[in-house]
Design a protein around this ligand. Structure first.
Ligand code: NIG
Ligand code: FE
Length: 412
């Protein structure tokens, strides 16, 4: 007897399990089964495929008007941070740019002040609330960066909170040290501060899987980013980079040369950079919610990257300044409208390819996989992108147990 059968599934989404990220045309390849069945026992998938009555279970969920997919993978967040920056909205309305706000000591540096002032317990409860919102929206695997401490004590504080959250909720999380996220106000020079962050690498290693850096005009140069990535690799980190978000500095080319596991943002990446994706397994993590929130006209050239046989993933970039949403479904809708990606490409980009970008085994529900599943209140996978801005996750199932049940009920 099995624990659970999800029966009569209107549309079952089955991304393909692969060793490498899906690239180019492969991204459009997604198995969709009309009228499917999923069987779960002991927290694992026993069967997923066309309708069958072969399996008995103690519990049955009818999904005759629903879509079923693997739980989503969120590959880029700044989950743990103090404070908020709603006051920046009026600055933005007045035409002050993101980098100008940072130059004036606001932006990331404002969040650094708030994060330094917050206790570990305060950071934990704020991040916990935001994490649980992600889970309610169908995400069960999450990457979480530091980068608002910019010193030993506070970077460690953020990373510890991130690790504690994974432990409390038994969630698959990956933690990223982003010490070189901005240059603090009291630094003697960019180089001196970067060296401080390089020296911290061994101490943060027990709490972080990846090392990341913000390579941007006025923040860290290509040469500095290269030095940091090489030092991090020597310490056993896999590396990531915030690259070409605003200016085309060549961060994508550097990421590929350094065999980064991912290069993130890439709004301003050069043609040469995109062409290099062809011979690389570095995942281009695109964050269209950020472009939207920064009010930019130009989005990352996702189609050009796919034409160059690149591997892409989609994530929120959830953070208090440049993308203040932890609803990955909303960002999937923006990806459809602004990155011109097909529904198949988007679902692969938030499941299997997002998993590759953070080096986890997630994003598939084949036999033997963890039963991390979302039942969507939608008639087909394109509908979730079309009816945008709301939460379509009806039930979120983690290790075979329903942990979120979003019922639409009003109290009279
Ligand atoms: O990925 N660009 C650098 N870092 C974040 C934003 C952080 C912030 O504004 O607080 C990003 O967009
Ligand atoms: Fe980011």
């Amino acid at each position: 007897m099995n624990d659970l059968v999800i029966q009569n599934i209107k549309q079952l989404i089955l991304p393909k399990k692969t060793d490498k990220p899906l690239k180019g045309q492969e991204l459009n390849d997604l198995e969709l089964i009309e009228n499917g069945t999923v069987v779960v026992n002991d927290g694992k998938i026993v069967y997923s495929g066309p309708y069958t009555t072969e399996y008995e279970a103690t519990e049955t969920i009818d999904a005759s008007d629903k879509v079923v997919s693997p739980a989503l993978v969120e590959a880029h967040t700044h989950l743990v941070h103090g404070g908020s920056r709603e006051h920046e909205m009026s600055l933005k309305r007045q035409g002050v740019s993101y980098l100008e706000i940072l130059e004036q000591g606001g932006g990331i540096l404002n969040t650094v002040d708030a994060t330094r002032q917050a206790s570990e317990a305060e950071l934990f409860s704020k991040a916990e609330k935001n994490l649980l919102t992600m889970v309610q929206h169908g995400v069960l695997t999450i990457e979480s960066k530091s980068g608002y401490g910019l010193d030993k004590e506070n970077e460690l504080k953020q990373l510890k909170v991130s690790n504690q959250l994974a432990e409390k909720y038994n969630l698959t999380m990956r933690h990223t040290f982003l010490g070189p996220h901005a240059v603090p106000k009291d630094a003697t020079s960019n180089q001196a501060f970067l060296q401080e962050m390089i020296d911290l690498l061994p101490e943060v290693k027990p709490y972080a899987d990846f090392a990341d850096i913000f390579c941007e005009t006025g923040v860290f140069t290509i040469d500095e980013s290269k030095a940091y990535m090489e030092a991090a690799k020597q310490q056993g980190f896999k590396v990531k980079i915030h690259a070409d978000e605003i200016d085309p500095l060549g961060g994508l080319e550097l990421a590929i040369d350094e065999q980064a596991i991912s290069a993130d943002h890439l709004v301003a990446s050069s043609e040469e950079g995109k062409a290099k994706l062809r011979d690389s397994d570095t995942v281009a993590v695109l964050l269209p919610g950020t472009t939207f929130y920064l009010g930019k006209e130009q989005y990352a050239d996702a189609r050009g990257m796919i034409d160059n046989n690149g591997a892409i993933a989609i994530a929120t970039d959830f953070n208090p300044g440049s993308c203040v949403t932890n609803n990955l479904q909303l960002v999937m809708a923006i990806a459809s409208l602004k990155l011109k990606l097909s529904a198949n490409e988007i679902w692969n980009a938030v499941t299997v390819n997002a998993a590759k970008a953070i080096d986890v085994d997630a994003g598939t529900i084949d036999k033997g996989d963890k039963a991390n599943i979302v039942i969507w209140d939608a008639p087909n996978h394109e509908y979730v992108l079309y009816h945008y801005g709301i939460n379509h996750a009806s039930k979120v199932i983690k290790d075979g147990k329903v942990i979120v049940d979003n019922q639409y009920q009003l109290q009279n």
